[in-house]
Design a protein. Sequence first.
Length: 472
Amino acid sequence: MSRTSAPAPVDATTVDSEALAHGLKQRHLSMIALGGVIGAGLFVGSGAGIAAAGPSIVVAYAISGLLVMLVMRMLGELSAAHPASGSFSVHAERAIGPWAGFTAGWAFWFLLCVAVGLEGIGAAKIVTGWLPGTPEWAWVALFMLVFCGTNLAAVKNFGEFEFWFAALKVGAIVLFLGLGVLAIVGVLPGTDAPGTANLTGDGGFMPHGTEGLVVGLLASVFAYGGLETVTIAAAESEHPMQGVAKAVRTAMWRIGLFYVGSMAVIVTLVPWDDKTVVEKGPYVATLDHLGIPAAGQIMNVVVLVALLSAMNANIYGASRMAGSLVARGQGPKVLGRISGGVPRVAVLTSCVFGFVCVMLSYWRPDDVFIWLLNMIGAIILVVWFFIAVSQLLLRRRTEREAPEKLAVKMWAYPYLTWVALAGMAAVFVLMAREADTRLQLYFTGGLTLVLAVVGVIRQRAGAKPEAVPSND
């Protein structure tokens, strides 16, 4: 067996999570699974997809939702069998080799840290709209301090913050869907049933043809990012195997309902070419259309909570991923130091990196910051690719060595795994065809290649996982 394809020489799962606390309860995991994916990309960013695809955005979200369901089923199978705070990075290392774990893990850490900065900027813009004259960077710094503090404390604090943040977001969507359905059937006071006028008028169901559907599909794929956090958190739950299995099962269909259901309500009630869909966001545009008082401010509060929740979750995910990588000998040992069951140096480093990204948005907005945004453009697809390949390789090994660990099983293995891989390849091809996403694909590909080369060099040099000291 070649050294570039050999699996990790030790049980990466054990090294990865042995010193972490186990303070997360099942209710935390369930809400992390639901709330992690419900962010500003859904509440605001989906407007661009609607403008491009028209009513067919429902089909775009349904197609991408099916792909995400397959990916999460695969990740659920892997994480239930081998819970680890490094999640897919650990699975890629076991299945493919240390270089793959290195590449997937550090690419995802980079994505999360940049995302923390972006979410901080978005939250600061909302607050400065309420308090004009206050500096945005100061609000970002305040948010960073607050969530750095929650992540430096015991993991149950992170779980409680995420539970209530996610509960508010889920409650807002459920209320929105309820009002929308009442309006569609014509029983909401002050509204008339719209019928299919908005679905078939103004250019029809696909006003911009297949090209518009493709743009909407690409926008919807990346809106689903964030589900992976629940499998990272599972390693610190009371019952990791049962917890991640239940969280993944319940989250998948609910998220599909929230996303596809929301898009269906919006394009049924509001003309897809209404400018307010993009300018104010589709949820605000819909609530305004229904005559809901103060709709804009209500959604601003919900979006603020969504952004702060995502910041909290991404700092957590980044710190655990960095700590896991270091525990497996894949980075500077200092990042892996665990104190009180928390990788505190990794938390601080992830927060600092995120804040540097924020400052770059002010100092170098036209070059360095744009490069950062392009580099994270397709990382989630790279991660999904590693998940699918890992599941394809590890399923038979687990069936042979420990079949009792398969608490979650991928449907129709291996056929649907290959279908998911084909779907990812199709998305990569579509990105290469579109001018707006082609540059992101190139930058992300470059970052992935650099990480893979470094990982292979380290592996060939004989880098071994090392025990990481803890200061409990």
